[in-house]
Design a protein around this ligand. Structure first.
Ligand code: ADP
Length: 271
């Protein structure tokens, strides 16, 4: 899931997780949990995040791959990673070595002015990463999470000045990744035999070539149908969650979002 800060990557990932049997990993959520837990990683990341900078690539790679390596037989979404060209290259090398290269990059394209105007309305439930917007996606009870009833918080780095720096970091460091993925998507597919591949991975329907798609809109509601269409077209056997019109009525709303505590456990080797 590729896009500017505040483009709605978290909101759209949550919707996909609610509808389909897949998992979402948000590096921002993982880092915020590490900060809240007071881990070494959290201490390193806190100051960088507070000023709207980017956490070092190698550290990010370890956080993400520790998690990914536990998800052999699952479809997953990465939200917020990779964020630099180097992270993209490191991730690609890691996934290639596992025999599971990336299959889809979705570029969530939202105009800057839309993002800047709505960021001041953003509230989050830190433990789960659930995001609300007081204008178009308010919680049922103002200031409290719909699922747990716990209080919501503003993100310190959502203040206008820091946010502008994050947007700048996006243009300087993250946007160049699109070109990288565009080039990968146009490459011939080379089938490598004897790659280290978990047997379960063979059961997933896996397009054999990277696809890059851009969806454009000023709200997640506008973008959602296009995104959903891309997912159903590319992964026809992806299972919707049980029953109900959206296929999600019998599940916890964010059942597939990697629980913050579980995520913290996955990175415990870094503490
Ligand atoms: P947003 O997408 O709205 O910027 P995130 O929650 O994804 O928010 O990220 C918040 C902060 O966490 C970033 O500004 C950055 O400091 C840090 N961060 C998250 N993911 C990465 C990453 N892949 N590389 C470096 N820093 C990251």
């Amino acid at each position: 899931m590729f896009g500017k800060p505040g483009a709605g990557k978290g909101t759209l990932s949550s919707r996909l997780v609610k509808k389909y049997d897949l998992l979402s990993i948000s590096t921002g959520d993982l880092l915020r949990q590490q900060i809240q837990d007071g881990t070494e990683v959290g201490k390193q990341a806190e100051e960088i995040m507070a000023r709207g900078g980017l956490v070092p690539d190698e550290l990010m790679l370890r956080i993400v791959t520790d998690k990914l390596d536990t998800l052999h037989d699952k479809h997953w979404i990465l939200d917020g990673f990779p964020r630099t060209l180097r992270q993209g290259q490191l991730l690609e090398a890691h996934l290639q070595s596992r025999g599971t290269p990336l299959t889809l990059v979705v570029n969530i394209n939202v105009p800057d002015e839309v993002i800047i105007s709505r960021i001041s309305d953003r509230w989050v439930h830190i433990p789960s990463g659930r995001v609300y917007n007081t204008s178009y996606n308010p919680p049922r009870v103002a200031g409290y999470d719909d699922v747990t009833g716990e209080p919501l918080a503003r993100r310190a780095d959502d203040d206008p000045e820091t946010f502008t720096r994050r947007l700048q970091a996006f243009y300087n460091s993250t946007n160049p990744l699109l070109e990288y993925y565009g080039a990968l998507a146009n490459q011939e597919v080379v089938t490598t035999e004897n790659v280290h591949q978990h047997p379960h991975q063979l059961l997933l329907d896996r397009p054999d070539k990277l696809v890059v798609r851009t969806v454009t809109g000023s709200t997640s509601d506008i973008i959602w149908p296009d995104l959903d269409r891309i997912i159903t077209t590319m992964f026809p056997t992806l299972t919707p969650r049980a029953s109900g019109p959206e296929g999600a009525q019998n599940t916890t709303p964010l059942a597939g979002v990697v629980a913050a505590s579980e995520a913290a456990a996955a990175t415990s080797s870094l503490k």
